[in-house]
Design a protein around this ligand. Sequence first.
Ligand SMILES: C[S@@+](CC[C@H](N)C(=O)[O-])C[C@H]1O[C@@H](n2cnc3c(N)ncnc32)[C@H](O)[C@@H]1O
Length: 203
Amino acid sequence: MKAALDGDDRVRVEIVTADAAAEDFGAGLPAADLVWASRMVHHLPDQQAGVARLAGLLRPGGRLALAEGGVSARCLPWELGVGAPGLQDRLLGLRDAGFAQMRTEITGAVSMPYGWNVALTRAGLAEATSFSVLTDHPAPPTPAVRESVVAWLTGLSERVGERLGEPDRATIAALLDRSADTYIGAREDIYILGTTTVFVGRR
Ligand SMILES: C[S@@+](CC[C@H](N)C(=O)[O-])C[C@H]1O[C@@H](n2cnc3c(N)ncnc32)[C@H](O)[C@@H]1O
């Protein structure tokens, strides 16, 4: 996504659908004040080249913002009374292992053994820095938090898929069964706590 300030200070936002791994990515687009890419660059074979391509979309003085990293949301108590304690730690561990495998399976993957602020600097951007935004919806949960936690557990368990052992799979089925006493969405002790980190550099 690119955003530009018009002369009268209105923000003009342009949604661009394109392959950020392609050599001609962004060709023909007007230079932008802001390029925002959220959790996308880590899917590219050559992440550093992708950052450089995104940086190339900026006008002088424009900023590239990358939402990457951060601290994954936690939503559950350690012990749930169903299945073995520590379910969310196992799920997040399996998710991370899946991420590592995803990187190794990308054709032409290039390692980037440093952090995103360094990647911004190596892409020729100045003042590379970062900040983190806290997401904190403490227990007891509102109805919206209940639904979000159900969606989080559903999405996370689908993502780790067959890596999940049968006992944890049975636990998750019990937690997601809306008609059962074990339904996660009916608990008073669920919450959402996590952070999103944004790395910013200026051309
Ligand atoms: C983890 S999702 C993030 C979605 C959303 N931006 C967010 O922050 O929630 C990864 C996104 O990267 C996009 N993506 C993966 N490879 C890409 C590529 N080569 N060019 C452009 N987008 C890509 C996918 O289409 C997907 O939308």
